[in-house]
Design a protein around this ligand. Structure first.
Ligand code: MN
Ligand code: MN
Length: 274
């Protein structure tokens, strides 16, 4: 099974649009996340699996599930937000493959112009709430500080956090971010949202045993099933998602790319539900 690429003209109301953003310039520790989208596609076009999701959506039979390929980012500010804006204007729902987590800020900046009551459900080892990191306010350690201070969304819930700092705890309190720390996480977690939901999955939210291919491995994390259990319970429309921070240079036998591909399918199936 192969994803059709370059079908931008086919974007219509309710389309789920897969787009890679191979950008890792705002990674603070290691580069490599820019190679993520290509690696995830490589895994998906292999014959090892099929295109049914666990909820029995057959993505291969859906005209509304389209891959428009990768966005070439020459400028973080000039390129990402307009590309997202364009797809949202065509009433598509966007499933982005990162890239590092810095891409979520311009994505949500575009979303905020279409949705006034957006919720974000973030899976991550880190809160990414630094006011600035290594002198860069747009670092992958900062996107949710920028999103919250600009009032782009209604509510942010973070799950899997286990690398909190006192500065970020203050930031979370200041912005009213709701945090389910890993030490308090239970797989039966059922989060009730009002209004549309955007899922931001930083693969380092998973335990490195499930997802070693990330720049910042943080032990003691979520399993693949933990995240699936939480998202499968969501009843609200999923209007967008990103899967970020796959670093193929750190991966072992493609296991993390395979996990990312699994989430691409499950998110895509849930987003297609009207
Ligand atoms: Mn992280
Ligand atoms: Mn992150």
């Amino acid at each position: 099974m192969e994803l059709d690429t370059n079908k931008k003209q086919d974007i219509k109301q309710g389309s789920v649009v897969v787009m890679g953003i191979p950008f890792d310039e705002y990674s603070s520790f290691l580069k490599g996340a820019a190679q993520g989208p290509a690696r995830i596609r490589e895994v998906l076009i292999s014959d090892s699996g099929n295109w049914f999701t666990e909820q029995m959506v057959s993505l291969g039979d859906e005209d509304s599930f389209i891959d428009i390929g990768d966005l070439q980012v020459y400028d973080y500010f000039e390129d990402i937000e307009p590309a997202i804006f364009d797809i949202l204007q065509k009433k598509g729902r966007i499933l982005t493959l990162g890239g590092d987590h810095s891409v979520t800020y311009p994505i949500i900046k575009a979303y905020s112009q279409f949705y006034s009551d957006l919720n974000i459900l973030q899976f991550d080892a880190h809160p990414d709430l630094y006011h600035e990191y290594a002198g860069n306010p747009y670092s992958h350690g900062c996107p949710f500080a920028r999103i919250m201070e600009k009032g782009f969304i209604k509510r942010l819930v973070q799950v899997g956090i286990r690398a909190m700092t006192s500065h970020q705890k203050e930031q979370a309190e200041r912005f009213g971010v709701e945090i389910v720390e890993m030490k308090d996480f239970k797989p039966d977690l059922d989060i009730i949202f009002t209004g549309p939901v955007y899922i931001s999955l930083d693969l380092d939210g998973l335990d490195p045993a499930f997802a070693p291919g990330v720049s910042h491995q943080e032990p003691g994390g979520l399993s693949v099933r933990d995240i699936l259990s939480v998202i499968h319970k969501l009843k609200n429309p999923i209007v967008g998602a990103d899967i970020v921070e796959l670093n193929p240079l750190r991966d072992i036998n493609g296991i993390t790319a395979t996990v990312a591909g699994k989430f691409l399918k499950e998110f895509g199936g849930m987003m297609l539900k009207k």
